[in-house]
Write a protein that binds this ligand. Structure first.
Ligand code: HEM
Length: 442
């Protein structure tokens, strides 16, 4: 189709809302409802105006296939100003084209199968120490505890540092993350201003770690080691700023998402005792072999289905980042105009009743070989295409290892009188953080 004939196509249905603010206020008030209402009214491709940009929202397999196929060609990653400032210009999320490809190649080394296999022992050790801690607490709010746990794992395995449940570090992270969806204007004590300060504090910490590593170079092939040695095609090192931005980005990507996934796992298993029982029966049948290895984990096929279903029903990242449309294109008979933004909605793509039987139900059997409902482009918790999640094998390993150790030895029960409604942004989580009673099985 020529550019001229494309321009004659209709725009997707929808509303651009008010001048300047567009539909941002209703979006931020309740992003889940915002998307749901518009999908009901307009279908799976609709226009809106968010973060100061005319935007097309994409839902479903055809739309995600379109985005993955066109990424880096007529679509290119773009970020709201708050993300640019808080993640930093050197971070992989900000890079496009050849510099994205090069950096991705370097970072991918830390997630190769051999590197992943080397993480099992440390992950199991940290997991056990947290399970013991929760047992001694008796009752706990799990989401903040899981945040400490995943941050400890990420800090240790990605940068070789014992975060050691540093309460202050966790608070600084929280302030930083709160800034992601704030209005990026700096006035004293505004959310954004506090987040920028938090970023500076985090970078200072990372700086200290880098300095220590430079003083005592080790052969450690963690992300930090790889980034410090990385060179581009011309043989140039990454700048210190680039190294710091990516360490920060990976620590955040590597713990916020996993915290969300593990919290959902714990909640869904508490709500579905029959699934917990079946997962436990599989563990018992395999025998509680120690130490756990990747080979043992591979045999836990029912647990795989459970974890897959957790990521389908409650994806930690409910929507992708924005892509800028570099050239007008066509999707399902609509014009996707040059200069607009697009993003794909993971949450709603996972609710397609043409693909998933009773999609609103937690049903791990949908991923059993005889049903195999995970059709390509309809199951996208880790995104896809050239920006597919770099840490997905790391995430799968941590989820599985955590789940196996948890269900073998522990019980938990939801405490009454709490709000477990999901808050979706920036990462999906239960409103009150999941309060539970926790004890060791007899
Ligand atoms: C990208 C999800 C864990 C590192 C992504 C994307 C999604 C995602 C949906 C694509 C976003 C887009 O296209 O706009 C998840 C989920 C996780 C998880 C659900 C856990 C359950 C991790 C971990 C790490 C990580 C553990 C690293 C330690 C990254 C990076 C990218 C990414 C670096 C950007 C890749 C690029 O731009 O080329 N993730 N992620 N993620 N993820 Fe993850």
């Amino acid at each position: 189709m020529t550019t001229l004939s494309k321009e004659r196509l209709p725009l997707p249905p929808g509303s651009l809302g008010l001048p300047i603010v567009g539909e941002m206020i209703s979006y931020l008030r309740d992003p889940g409802r915002f998307i749901e209402q518009r999908q009901q009214r307009y279908g799976t491709i609709f226009k809106t105006h968010l973060f100061g940009q005319k935007t097309v929202v994409l839902i479903g397999a055809e739309a995600s296939r379109f985005l993955f196929a066109n990424e880096g060609k007529v679509l290119s990653m773009t970020n709201p100003l708050s993300f640019e400032v808080l993640l930093g210009a050197g971070s992989i999320g900000m890079k496009t084209g050849i510099s994205h490809q090069n950096l991705r190649k370097q970072l991918a080394q830390a997630f190769q199968p051999r590197a992943i296999a080397g993480y099992v022992c440390t992950m199991a050790e940290i997991t056990r120490s947290y399970l013991h801690k929760w047992e001694s607490l008796g009752t706990l709010t799990w989401y903040p505890e899981l945040k400490k746990y995943t941050l400890d794992v990420a800090s240790k395995l990605l940068v070789g540092v014992d975060a050691g449940s540093d309460e202050n570090l966790e608070k600084v992270y929280e302030t930083w993350a709160q800034g992601l969806l704030s209005i990026p204007i700096r006035f004293p004590r505004s959310k954004f201003d506090r987040a920028v300060h938090a970023r500076e504090q985090l970078l200072t910490k990372i700086d200290q770690v880098i300095h220590q590593r430079q003083q005592n170079p080790s052969s450690q092939q963690d992300v930090l080691g790889i980034l410090l040695q990385a060179r581009d095609e011309q043989g140039n090192h990454l700048s210190l700023e680039e190294v710091k931005d990516n360490v920060l980005g990976l620590l955040v990507a590597g713990h916020e998402t996993l915290t969300s996934a593990l919290t959902s796992l714990c909640l869904l298993l508490a709500q579905h005792p029959e699934v917990l029982q079946a997962a436990r029966a599989e563990q018992e049948q395999l025998g509680f072999i120690e130490p756990l290895t990747q080979e043992h984990l591979k045999q836990m096929t029912y647990l795989d289905q459970v974890l897959k279903e957790v990521l389908r029903l409650t994806p930690p990242v409910v929507r992708s980042g924005d892509r800028k449309v570099l050239e007008s294109c066509e999707l399902s008979g609509y014009l996707i105009p040059k200069g607009w933004n697009v993003f794909y909605q993971i949450q709603e793509t996972h609710q397609d009743s043409n693909v998933y039987i009773k999609p609103e139900r937690f049903d791990p059997q949908r991923f059993a070989p005889e049903r195999a409902e995970d059709k390509k482009f309809s199951y996208i918790p880790f995104g896809g295409g050239i920006r597919e999640c770099l840490g997905k094998e790391f995430a799968r390993l941590e989820m599985k290892l955590f789940a196996a150790l948890l269900i073998r030895e522990y019980e938990w029960k939801l405490l009454p009188g709490q709000n477990i409604e999901r808050v979706l942004l920036p990462f999906s989580r239960p409103h009150d953080g999941l309060k539970v009673k926790f004890w060791r099985r007899c």
